[in-house]
Design a protein around this ligand. Structure first.
Ligand code: NAP
Length: 291
């Protein structure tokens, strides 16, 4: 339980609505900034502005999964314009206040080096693995919508075999796709083989690309290079799940007439309720462990 704790939620998407409902169920007091258009759904949550925060009363702050950008802006799906925070705003919280974000960004890295402790929720394997489930469901939805073949028997090339890549590969295999996975470690390639997917090295990626119906990138580095894109059939759909700016050379793909999509925050889109519950569960576990 979070009895006696005060949470401040700053921006976020639909999964944060469920997160707030769950925090209320855990008996926390909940303040929210950036949910003006969702107030009807948030009985019990106190809606405030960034200027109205009483920093001394807040036990934990939850920033959006995407964190804070280089100019201090946070994503708000339920308020325009979005919120811009300053270093001073962050440093006004007490030393005991915990700040949660989904992922670290250069702005947050700098802030944590200079002053405050920040917990990146997606650095936790448990949450990242739970989160990979709605992400894979979203990838299936987009794969169906943006290809003109069935996923059954389709050639699906997955790049990366981390928490998201593993769930994606398994989910598409379950639908009967012919799944090839690019990974750079020998252990991952062996595991991919063990799961009856086709393991591919970077050199083999070029070959696999030539027959791909769907290419799904999970690597947050430029890996879908012009060299790879050159090999793809123009009918292939490239779905980039990696965090911004993604791992695809979008300019070159456009030049070749290949459809691409950078699709962040799929859990918030396809399963906000499940994803919000998972977030609340992990946040309350972390707060209780700190006690
Ligand atoms: P992860 O577990 O860290 O996996 C990342 C994978 O990328 C690993 O297989 C890693 O290989 C590989 N990789 C990293 N740099 C590489 C490089 N230069 N060359 C080749 N491979 C490289 O991360 P994750 O949890 O799977 O998340 C993957 C991405 O998806 C992240 O950007 C995350 O923010 C994003 N994400 C998006 C959504 C969405 O809705 N779109 C949802 C969840 C996560 P090694 O193990 O060899 O380093």
């Amino acid at each position: 339980m979070l009895t006696g704790k005060t949470a401040l939620i700053v921006g976020g998407d639909a999964r944060y609505i469920e997160l707030m409902k769950q925090l209320l169920l855990y008996d926390a007091s909940v303040y929210a900034i950036g949910f003006d258009d969702a107030e009807d759904e948030l009985t019990g949550v106190i809606s405030i502005t960034e200027q109205q925060v009483d920093h001394t009363t807040i036990d934990f702050v939850v920033l959006p999964i995407s964190g804070v950008d280089e100019e201090g802006f946070v994503d708000t799906h339920f308020r325009r314009p979005s919120i811009q925070l300053s270093d001073e705003w962050f440093t006004s919280f007490s030393d005991d206040c915990t700040v949660f974000t989904g992922i670290m960004t250069p702005y947050l890295n700098q802030l944590s080096e200079s002053s405050i402790a920040i917990t990146a929720l997606m650095n936790r394997d448990d949450l990242a693995i739970y989160n990979s489930i709605p992400t894979a469901e979203g990838a299936i939805m987009l794969g169906i919508q943006h290809t003109d073949v069935t996923l059954h028997d389709a050639n699906v090339v997955v790049l990366g075999y981390g928490r998201v890549g593993k769930t994606i590969a398994k989910s598409f295999q379950g639908l009967g796709s012919r799944v090839s996975v690019y990974a750079r470690s020998d252990a991952d390639l062996a595991r991919i083989y063990e799961t009856h997917a086709t393991p591919i090295t970077y050199d083999q990626l070029l070959n696999a690309a030539s027959t791909a119906h769907l290419m799904i990138n999970t690597i947050p580095k430029l890996v879908v290079t012009p060299e790879v894109i050159q090999k793809l059939p123009t009918s292939c759909f490239i779905l980039d799940l990696a965090s911004k700016p993604g791992g695809v050379d979008f300019r070159f793909a456009k030049k070749r007439g290949i459809e691409t999509m950078l699709a962040p925050s799929l859990p918030g889109l396809v399963a906000p309720k499940t994803a919000g519950k998972m977030l609340a569960h992990v946040i309350q576990m972390i707060i209780q462990d700190h006690e």
